[in-house]
Design a protein around this ligand. Structure first.
Ligand code: PMV
Length: 295
């Protein structure tokens, strides 16, 4: 370790679920994309115990996650992210995969997809206990992915995705994923037809994603949001941001992730008026593009 290069770094993107959250828990498909924002981990040689020198992610489990893969001595860590943290955008998975890539650079070995997936998952487990595996898979592979849970484990299938003008609006509230998932479970089987429609919608959106058919995708987001509202995972704050987006030129908008708070994504060909209106109301708003697949 100590004879590694003095400073190395690794980066990895965050993710957004575009369509299909919650229904995916019951075997329906969902689509997620890597985004053009992410996390950078820089490692540098230092004397003394391994420690974090600077980080714009504060998480009580960070030290444990780092200790899972780094030597106990001789490494200084700097972490930078331009992702909203704790909002369902995969910031911990981006950190995990960026760390695996930085570690590979430190050791002078290639950061293979297999290693990012295996070691990235171990680190994600420190943060999340039983992660679905989506976040670190998207973070490793980039691009857009259709995924589905099966009895034999999750199935991930890369799909085409044209550039999309997305705005992410932050409710400022961290939704409780476990509680929201449990709430949906408790409303079954009454809501099963709604979950089935979400799954069907996901597959209707896949050709539109490949073609960059913005009107179809916007209408799909609007329908998906209404279905998510019917299964009880939206909130007044989410609805307010969806309405704000539509009033400022969005073709459609929906919550992304578990809901109950978190972020709203809006498809907006001209993002400037929405960004200005959101920021004038004190809402964090950023533009996001789907990120490229990792070659
Ligand atoms: O909050 P996120 O982006 O990790 O999304 C949760 C997605 C759910 O479908 C609600 C739960 C799951 O495990 O798939």
């Amino acid at each position: 370790m100590s004879d590694g290069p003095r400073v190395v770094s690794g980066t990895a993107p965050g993710k957004l679920i575009l369509f299909g959250e919650h229904a995916v828990v019951y075997g329906h498909p969902a689509v997620a994309v890597a985004v053009d924002r992410g996390t950078q981990v820089q490692l540098e040689a230092l004397d003394g115990p391994t420690r974090v020198l600077a980080a714009d992610i504060s998480d009580p489990r960070l030290d444990q996650a780092l200790a899972a893969v780094l030597p106990a001595h001789g490494v200084g860590i700097r972490i930078r992210t331009d992702l909203p943290v704790g909002r369902g955008m995969g910031s911990s998975a981006a950190l995990a995969v960026a760390l695996v890539r930085a570690l590979a650079a430190w050791e002078g070995t290639p950061a293979s997809v297999e290693r990012c997936l295996a070691l990235g998952f171990e680190i994600e487990r420190v943060f999340h206990g039983r992660p679905s595996g989506l976040d670190h898979t998207v973070s490793t592979r980039g691009g857009a992915i259709r995924y589905r849970r099966t009895d034999a484990g999750p199935v991930f299938q890369p799909i085409q995705c044209a550039p999309l003008p997305l705005v992410v609006l932050d409710t400022g509230i961290a939704g409780d994923t476990a509680q929201l998932v449990a709430g949906v479970g408790a409303r079954r089987p009454g809501i099963d037809p709604v979950l089935a429609r979400i799954g069907q919608l996901v597959d209707e959106m896949i050709p539109a994603l490949a073609a960059g058919d913005l009107p179809t995708l916007g209408a799909g987001m609007t329908e998906n949001q209404s279905l998510l509202q019917q299964i009880g995972v939206s909130s007044p704050e989410i609805e307010a941001l969806v309405a704000l987006a539509v009033q400022h030129g969005a073709l459609g908008a929906k919550l992304a992730g578990a809901g109950g708070g978190g972020v709203v994504i809006a498809l907006v060909p001209d993002p400037a008026p929405l960004l200005a209106a959101a920021r004038a109301r004190g809402v964090d708003a950023i533009t996001v593009q789907p990120g490229p697949p990792v070659p």
